[in-house]
Design a protein around this ligand. Structure first.
Ligand SMILES: Nc1nc2c(ncn2[C@@H]2O[C@H](COP(=O)(O)OP(=O)(O)OP(=O)(O)O)[C@@H](O)[C@H]2O)c(=O)[nH]1
Ligand SMILES: [Mg+2]
Length: 199
C-alpha cells in the first residue's frame, strides 16, 4: 500500500533569514532548472499543484517549505543553470542557492536531481564538488525515468557512478524517480525517513 503523506505549503523565502524558525529539519531538492524538482514534491506528497511546475525552466524562484506529517520540511529550491547569475562568488550558482545549501542550519539532507537521460553534466558535477568540499550531506535522484528503458537507465547510472568515482572514494546514495509514473516514491520516502533518524 502506498505510504500516506500529510503535506501543506508553509512559506516561500527570498533569503535564508526568512526560513521557518522552528526545530524541524529540511530535506531539500536542488538541480538544473527543469529537471523535475517541483514535480517530485507533488509526486511524493500526492498533491498535484502543491509546488508550481512548468515546462519553461526557471519557474521556482524562492525557497519553498512544505510541512510534511507535521514533523519535517520538504524544500523546493530554484534551479541552477538557467537564469543568468550575477555577482556570485561561487560563479554559476545564485546566492539564494549557495546561502541555503552552505549556510542554512535547517538544511539536513540535500538531493541533487539529475536528468536520467543525460550524460553527467558539468554544472551538476561542479555543484556536487562544491557540496563535497563543504561536507554537505547529499544523495542523487535520477529523474524522468519514464523516458528511458530499464537498460538505458542502468547505463546512465553506471556512467554516472564511473564519473563520480574518478573523483570520490565513496559514492553518494542514488535513487531513481518518475513523477509521471510515481516510480521511486516509496524508496525516496523510506530513505528520507532513515535520514531524519540517522544523519
Ligand atoms: N516525463 C516526465 N516529465 C517530467 C517528470 N518530472 C518533471 N517533468 C516535466 O519537466 C518539466 C519541469 O518540471 P518542474 O518540476 O517544473 O522542474 P523544476 O526542476 O522544478 O524546474 P525549475 O523550478 O524551473 O527549476 C515539466 O514540464 C514537467 O512536467 C518526470 O518524471 N517525467
Ligand atoms: Mg521548480
Amino acid at each position: 500500500m502506498a505510504t500516506a503523506v500529510k503535506a501543506k505549503f508553509k512559506c516561500s523565502s527570498e533569503r535564508i533569514s526568512q526560513v521557518p524558525k522552528d526545530e524541524l529539519k529540511d530535506i531539500a531538492f536542488i538541480g538544473r532548472s527543469n529537471v523535475g524538482k517541483s514535480s517530485l514534491v507533488n509526486m511524493l506528497t500526492g498533491i498535484k499543484g502543491l509546488a508550481k511546475v512548468s515546462g519553461t525552466p526557471g519557474k521556482t524562484r524562492l525557497i519553498n517549505h512544505f510541512l510534511i506529517n507535521d514533523s519535517w520540511y520538504l524544500v523546493d529550491l530554484p534551479g541552477y543553470g538557467y537564469a543568468r547569475v550575477s555577482k556570485s562568488k561561487l560563479g554559476e550558482f545564485s546566492k539564494i542557492i549557495t546561502d541555503y545549501v552552505l549556510k542554512c542550519e535547517k538544511m539536513h539532507f540535500l538531493f541533487v536531481l539529475v536528468d536520467s537521460r543525460l550524460e553527467p553534466q558539468k554544472i551538476d558535477l561542479n555543484f556536487i564538488e562544491l557540496l563535497g568540499q563543504n561536507g554537505v550531506p547529499f544523495g542523487i535522484i535520477f529523474t524522468k525515468a519514464d523516458k528511458l528503458s530499464q537498460a538505458q537507465l542502468n547505463r546512465s547510472i553506471t556512467t554516472y557512478k564511473k564519473t563520480l568515482a574518478e573523483q570520490w572514494e565513496e559514492l553518494p546514495p542514488m535513487l531513481v524517480s518518475s513523477s509521471e509514473k510515481g516510480t521511486g516514491r516509496e524508496e525516496i520516502l523510506a530513505f528520507i525517513e532513515e535520514c531524519l533518524k540517522n544523519y
